[in-house]
Design a protein around this ligand. Structure first.
Ligand code: N2P
Length: 611
């Protein structure tokens, strides 16, 4: 019998080991790479500790870490207090419907996080609550309270109430009884609940991304925005610290739950907290000056920290940057309201929507002396006549970049993105209008088509293409091509122009069937809290030297006529950045399509969810 048990335990044990390996392999890889000296996030280049030092000195990382700690502690304290109170109340009072109340508290643990996030945002918008620290803390209390409740409830199930009665009989009032008898007995559970709530709060991305506002970026949001602006090993270091700290806090919570003493659990808890707080002691906290800040919401890969540093220096201010990768997310954020962005960067067709909905304010040309240095071809366009609401920032094209040594070069048609030979090696922008553009152009239609039959045909083409597509990516698509994860990619010109400087095997083409010309513009939201500084920023980036620097570092095409002579010849002659007139002839601009936008969204969802 004993023997049989042993033999059946073996494969089970092996299975358990494999499952653990599977679960922990990504974390181990991440942790190992965080010590790699190579600049590429996914390759080993010898041991170094420098990414940790760099992360600890990065003001954005420090600010977000501090925010995470403030939110985590506040949410944990409130959630644990509420969870404990609810657990005690349900333990003491028997009443009809108790089961329902009990289950009701657990609801947030089973509701999909995205639904919770959207409903919280809706609630705050209805109440007119400005998004920021308070809303993030309230939201975190909302989803952590159930966990605190469960942990405390499990513990007090075995709590002997006669102790309380004895204390009362001896003359102690309810408060004294609670403080001297009940609380000490359930303290380990309360602490465990608190630690769990804290760990969950520190880790959260989805809910936070919905309800946060300017200045309340937490560490997970910061990590994501670092991923968006190009993967660097610094992210590996930050992520490793985050995983280590939450892991230790969870161990402490687990020990307490198992009935271990508070002293035993103190060690992992204190180390976990210390790991999170360490960067503050190493380099001191970031300096923040609430009155002198500019909140910028801009496309990723659109401005460098160096350029922002120059603006900060000149005006003695701090620039907070949030990044996005689609016009749709910019629009969603602004339409939800209560954001405090001072400057945004919508594309032509999105600017048109924002103007119509009154979400951007009129700009004062008297405060924009450098407007004159821009090229007239980007001014006074139909989406913003007279530039009453915006200044053009960058322009570019959508096209295909590919590795000419691995595909049948030269490529000149959108059909290449449907070529079976490149199955699994194709990348498409994760963008409804741009993906549909490729399919529409391939069939000879306008990229602003609204005929449902034409759009359904394009949808079918895109569904057919799905199994050839390795990934949809609008963020760092150029890196994916540079690493040869794909050989052929749809994307926007600037980021491709950048990698073409590093890698002569990469070519860029605007397909013969035609493509998108975009003009992305700076505008000031109606809700901006620093409109003066926003004007200063708009003018700053139009100064010819600054405009040239932005163009040189980001490789998107400048709208400044006076910046052109200041550009190095390699950039001036880049066909991806400054295409010949023949290419212009086949470009079209995306227009806002009003009601038909809903159709695009629906069909795009069908493409993305097709099997
Ligand atoms: C920047 C993408 C360019 C924006 N990451 C295209 N409108």
């Amino acid at each position: 019998m004993a023997e049989r048990r042993q033999s059946s335990a073996f494969p089970l044990g092996l299975l358990a080991v494999l499952v653990y390996l599977f679960l922990y392999a990504p974390i181990v890889v991440l942790a190992v790479l965080s010590f790699s000296a190579s600049r590429l996030a996914a390759s080993w280049g010898g041991f170094t500790f420098s990414w940790y030092v760099k992360a600890a000195q990065d003001p954005a990382v420090l600010a977000s870490l501090r925010n995470s700690l403030v939110v985590g502690v506040a949410a944990a304290v409130v959630a644990t207090a509420c969870g404990t109170a609810a657990a005690l109340a349900l333990h003491r009072h028997r009443f009809r419907g108790r089961g329902v109340v009990d289950a009701g508290i657990l609801l947030p643990t089973v509701v999909p996080e995205i639904v919770l996030a959207a409903s919280l945002l809706l609630l705050f918008a209805t109440l007119g609550a400005p998004l920021g620290f308070t809303t993030v803390i309230l939201a975190h209390v909302g989803f952590t309270v159930s966990y605190a409740f469960v942990v405390v409830k499990a513990r007090i199930a075995g709590f002997d109430r006669t102790l309380e009665e004895a204390a009362m009989d001896l003359g102690a009032g309810p408060i004294r009884t609670f403080l001297l008898v009940t609380l000490p007995a359930i303290a380990p559970a309360v602490l465990a609940g608190g630690l769990l709530a804290f760990a969950l709060s520190i880790d959260d991305y989805v809910v936070t991304s919905f309800v946060t506002g300017v200045g309340a970026t937490t560490l997970p949001l910061q990590i994501y925005s670092m991923v968006k602006s190009g993967i660097s090993p610094e992210i590996n270091a930050v992520s490793t610290v985050l995983i280590l700290a939450t892991g230790l806090l969870l161990v402490a919570a687990f020990l307490l739950e198992q009935g271990r003493s508070i002293r035993t659990a103190a060690l992992p808890a204190v180390i976990g907290m210390a790991v999170l707080a360490a960067p503050f002691f190493v380099v001191g906290g970031p300096a923040v000056n609430g009155d002198h800040e500019l909140n910028l919401f801009i496309w990723s890969n659109y401005i460098s920290p160096e350029t922002l540093g120059k603006f900060e220096q000149r005006y003695g201010v701090k620039v907070n940057v949030d990044l996005y990768d689609s016009n749709e997310s910019l629009l969603a954020k602004l339409q939800a309201g209560n954001t405090a962005y001072d400057v945004i960067c919508p594309s032509d067709y999105t600017l048109q929507v924002l103007i119509r909905q009154g979400l951007v304010r009129r700009i004062d040309h008297a405060r924009l002396p450098h407007l004159r240095s821009l090229s007239p071809s980007f001014l006074n366009r139909p989406y913003d006549p007279g530039n009453r609401h915006s200044t053009p920032y960058f322009w570019g094209t959508t096209g295909i970049a590919y590795d000419r040594t691995r595909v049948a070069a030269p490529i000149d048609s959108w059909a290449a993105l449907w070529d079976e030979r490149y199955r699994g090696r194709i990348l498409m922008l994760d963008d409804p209008r741009e993906a549909f553009m490729a399919a529409l152009k391939l069939r000879g239609h306008s990229l602003n088509a609204t005929d449902p039959d034409v759009l359904r045909e394009a949808r079918d083409l895109l569904i057919r293409q799905r199994r050839l597509v390795r990934t949809y990516n609008s963020t760092n698509y150029e890196d994916v091509l540079l690493a040869r994860d794909v050989w052929i990619a749809q994307g926007w010109s600037g980021q491709f122009a950048k990698i073409m400087e590093q890698d002569p095997d990469i070519a860029y083409v605007v397909p013969k069937e035609g493509s998108t010309l975009f003009i992305d513009n700076l505008a000031i939201p109606t809700t901006a809290t620093h409109p003066d500084l926003a004007h200063a920023f708009l003018d700053f980036v139009m100064e010819p030297e600054i405009a040239a620097e932005i163009c040189r570092t980001m490789h998107y095409s400048t709208t400044s006529r006076e910046a052109l002579p200041l550009l190095p010849p390699a950039i001036r002659s880049s066909p991806a950045m400054f295409p010949p007139p023949t290419v212009f002839d086949r470009l079209e601009m995306i227009r806002d399509l009003g009601d038909a936008t809903v159709l695009y969204d629906r069909l795009w969802t069908e493409v993305k969810s097709a099997q």
